[in-house]
Design a protein around this ligand. Structure first.
Ligand code: UN1
Length: 499
């Protein structure tokens, strides 16, 4: 126990976080690896939030005038600093969020990737030139910086999700205020310190360009309700989104919502079953089932059902669960006791409606919550299968007809990620055409998206898109400009207004 505290102290010192920030505050920082308290983090009160939003507004007013490629230079330096700090940051994410080493490193890599993407974007924030119906006129659209961007992030991707938002927001000319999860404040302090190093090297970045607001729910609420914040990008539960969305709509602010997922995968009769097994295993058990893209529902064709379930049971039985500091562990802890309780509740509810549960038991005791991933054979898509439980539970169902199973697949509230395993091109295309999710994959699992595509989902997942493709547009406002370079004044639609 003492050892982990020592490790954290060394890591945070190296990453450039002041001791006071995490030892002299009121909010406990806890590791799910042991339940041990690692520090007491300083939080912000209402007055500090107000003052920081003023600073963020001032930073925006100056940063918006910096040419976009120059703004890209700051993000390029940030990417360099992240590369230098990658190992330390990954270790911190491992200790604070409980991820295994390769997933922790992967998360930091995702930050580096989005920085690279954003640097390229900083020279590609194009608008269109549009044909006009009036002679001697030119019409074009121009993208302008938006304002202060608020980011609310979750414990399960404690650093990457902020970076997806911040890297784009910054090249687009905005300032950023970030409310990290109360479960992962140390990672937030660390990546903010890394960013500060990049800003110092950059030289003339405005003070307050990227700020961290650590504390409870009231901070999220302040961001949502404050008219100085032009856009709030919020990742979390659908319940959270339901409270945030109408408040943002009420003041006509922009929202990017990344809410719950209830991701399904179909294994068709023609599937490469070895590949499908690995895809499903990572999708369902990876990150201890705590990704919004985790595979939660598995539809197996009747012809392969028995054999595939047997192999899955083997994989579930042999996967190493434990402290990610130990070798070969693939499944780390749940984030806390509440997550464990919710998992057990869902398994109980599954049994009550005829589910047959394999696994799901707690491993070890004390203040950390490790569980064997659970495989639940379900008689149908009923009970807890309809809801997201943020834990490693995979509900398995049998199907006979592809169209019917695609309908069933779509018949849940969330619409984030989906997958089919098949070698039949018709089946693959029928699935891609019909899946109602923001992400639909063939022959790979539901999780582990690259940053180059737009990330997000439909229905109760919230509709937002982050990271790649044209997600940047949400962080800018579009102006349509029409310029008359003639000496006449023709009106559109042939309207005449002669004085
Ligand atoms: C999340 O779980 O909140 O596609 C984000 C993935 C990761 C991001 C997940 N790139 O699984």
């Amino acid at each position: 126990m003492v050892q982990l505290g020592q490790v954290i102290g060394d890591l945070l010192d190296r990453l450039g976080v002041s001791r006071a920030a995490w030892t002299e505050g009121k909010m406990p920082a806890v590791t799910p690896l042991t339940g041990e308290q690692l520090g007491m983090v300083q939080t912000v009160d209402a007055a500090a939030i107000d003052e920081r939003l003023d600073r963020a507004s001032a930073a925006f007013r100056s940063w918006r005038h910096v040419p976009a490629p120059r703004r890209g230079e700051l993000v390029r330096l940030w990417g360099e600093e992240l590369r230098a700090a990658k190992d330390d940051l990954a270790r911190l994410v491992m200790i604070e969020a409980g991820k295994i080493p390769s997933e922790s490193a992967g998360e930091v890599q995702e930050m580096i990737d989005i920085c690279d993407f954003a640097v390229g974007l900083s020279r590609q924030l194009y608008g269109l030139t549009i044909a006009t119906e009036r002679p001697g006129h030119r019409m074009m659209e121009v993208w302008h910086p938006l304002g202060v961007v608020g980011v609310i992030s979750a414990f399960n991707f404690p650093v990457a999700v902020w970076a997806w938002n911040a890297a784009l927001a910054l090249v687009c000319g905005n300032s950023v205020v970030w409310k990290p999860s109360e479960k992962t404040p140390l990672a937030a302090l660390a990546v903010q310190a890394v960013f500060a190093r990049a800003a110092a090297r950059f030289g003339d970045a405005p003070e307050g360009l990227s700020q961290l607001l650590i504390g409870g729910r009231e901070i999220g609420e302040a961001l949502v309700d404050d008219r100085r914040v032009a856009l709030v990008s919020a990742t979390g539960s659908t319940r959270m989104g339901r409270s945030v969305a109408p408040r943002l709509a009420g003041r006509f602010a922009r929202a990017i919502l990344e809410l719950g997922g209830n991701n399904g995968a179909i294994v068709a009769p023609s599937a490469d079953l070895d590949l499908a097994l690995r895809g499903v295993a990572f999708g369902a058990m990876g990150t201890a089932g705590q990704r919004c893209t985790t595979t939660r529902r598995l539809f197996l064709h009747d012809s392969i059902y028995d054999g595939f379930v047997a192999r899955l049971k083997g994989a579930y039985g042999s996967v190493r669960v434990g402290n990610p500091l130990e070798d070969e562990v693939l499944v780390g802890p749940l984030i806390d006791r509440a997550a464990y309780d919710m998992m057990q509740e869902a398994l109980g509810a599954a049994k009550a409606v005829g589910g047959v549960v394999h696994g799901g038991e707690r491993v070890g005791d004390g203040d950390s919550y490790f569980v064997k991933p659970a495989l639940v054979e379900m008689p149908g898509q009923v009970g807890p299968v309809l809801d997201e439980t943020f834990a490693p539970i995979l509900y398995v169902m049998r199907y006979y007809d592809l169209d019917a199973v695609i309908d069933l697949h779509n018949d849940v509230a969330a619409g984030l990620s989906s997958a089919i395993f098949t070698t039949d091109v018709r089946e693959a295309e029928r699935f891609l055409a019909a899946s109602d999710c923001g992400i639909a994959n063939v022959n790979l699992g539901t999780s582990g998206a690259e940053i180059g595509g737009a990330f997000g989902g439909e229905k109760e997942t919230g509709g937002g898109r982050e990271s790649g493709s044209d997600s940047w547009r949400q962080y800018m406002r579009r102006a349509t400009n029409t310029i008359n370079y003639s000496d006449a004044l023709p009106l559109a639609q042939g309207v005449s207004f002669e004085l």
